[in-house]
Design a protein around this ligand. Sequence first.
Ligand SMILES: Nc1ncnc2c1ncn2[C@@H]1O[C@H](COP(=O)(O)OP(=O)(O)OP(=O)(O)O)[C@@H](O)[C@H]1O
Length: 481
Amino acid sequence: MTDDKIATNPAPEPVSGVETEGKPEEVVPTPDDNKPTESSDWAGAEETDELGAPPDFAAEIAEADESSRVEVLQADPTTPYHAATTFEEIGMSEELLKGVYHMKFTKPSKIQASSLPLILSADGDHKNLIAQGHNGSGKTACFVLGMLSRVDTSSEATQALCLVPTRELARQIGDVVASLGRYTKATTKIAVKATEEERRAAYAREETGHLTEHIVVGTPGKVMELIKKRRLNTSAMKILVLDEADEMVDTQGMGDQTIRIKRMLPKGVQVLLFSATYADNVRGLASKLAPSANQITIKRETLSLDKIQQYYLDTGSKGARFTILNEIYELLNVGQSIIFVGRRDEAASLSTRLRDDGHAVSVLYGGDMTPEERDRVIDEFRAGTTKVLITTNVLSRGVDVLAVSVVINYDLPTDRQGQSDPETYLHRIGRTGRFGRKGVAVNFVYDSRSKRVLKELEEYYSKPITRVEDAEELQDRLKDL
Ligand SMILES: Nc1ncnc2c1ncn2[C@@H]1O[C@H](COP(=O)(O)OP(=O)(O)OP(=O)(O)O)[C@@H](O)[C@H]1O
């Protein structure tokens, strides 16, 4: 295992007070009079009980953190630093603290406690951050609070830019900015492909001038278009965030566009990179985009969440997967679930077959689905109107729907060469088990290739995946989910 800590120049030391290998930092729940009480007024209380998630999230997160070996590497080890234990300690504005309380966040998770002091206090040469945090551990709030803290709302200039891989993620982050920033005057533009209705409205308003929103959250393609059309002025930009940063910098993916956009920003812009995964081959690119960055890293062996039970089921043949999937839905009383398939056409055909068998399923993929359709499908799924969502890797990352209790890999994630894609696997199964909740991942295998891929995934994360014989055994094992 080689993806432990990557030091920047000058080689930094792990900071005392923060967990170092073999010596986990204790995360102690602290009493606080200002905070809302952790009771039934918790926004997700209902779903929480239904999902069997514990009422004391802080304790759960502490427990998860203890095994996670989070390591903070400061680019400038001489700067005083300590991880916060409360939101109050972080030094945010009153307005932002109120936003945090509004979200019913009582205590920062490990990544929030470690990264926010670095993001907010940082200036000079070492203000950049490359942060790694578990799926569902609250990374969004880290960079959203970072952006909201940096913008000067007395000006109309766009000062913060957040680039993400998909429209669903951009819209979701936009909602978090609106919630956390509700007591501030900050405004946000979601820069994704417009729906027909939005296009007509923009045309009617003769919208051609500069954006005046303080924060822009969008996909690189749309952001680039806005810059080219001179609608997005980048000259006052103070902070650039890349969520799902490993994907955003990967040259196979959106790397080129991201790099071009970064070049159009002022030189001293603060760069924050967040992801649960950083494959070895993207670490270098990440450091180029965020030079001299402070770093928060997690050891690979502790990346997959213990709260997610991982199973595999040998369906015997490729065709038999459908029968087993049908049985699983007959037997299991699943809350919401996501089924991942390898390709768009498979997503479409599987959804048709399941519907023909009487199951209510939704489907979302990239390509020829219109923005309107995608928005409608994800909004209905978020609202719980639909329970089963069939999708491709387009939704493997970032999407946060707390009621998702089961993820099924109908096809295991592989790269173009048919090799296992461990990063995508982790992100996919991370759509469940969000913020200390329990979740289940079920992987279908049926031939030597899929079994090899499964083995590679087990080895990569040093985590065995348990075999179940059939849908009945699966049901048995999931009784207390
Ligand atoms: N301090 C907190 N207290 C309670 N809930 C929180 C806290 N911080 C975040 N959450 C909630 O935890 C959930 C997961 O957060 P988020 O979506 O930011 O995860 P993430 O780390 O970005 O995951 P991923 O890598 O999978 O995208 C969200 O529903 C969020 O509202």
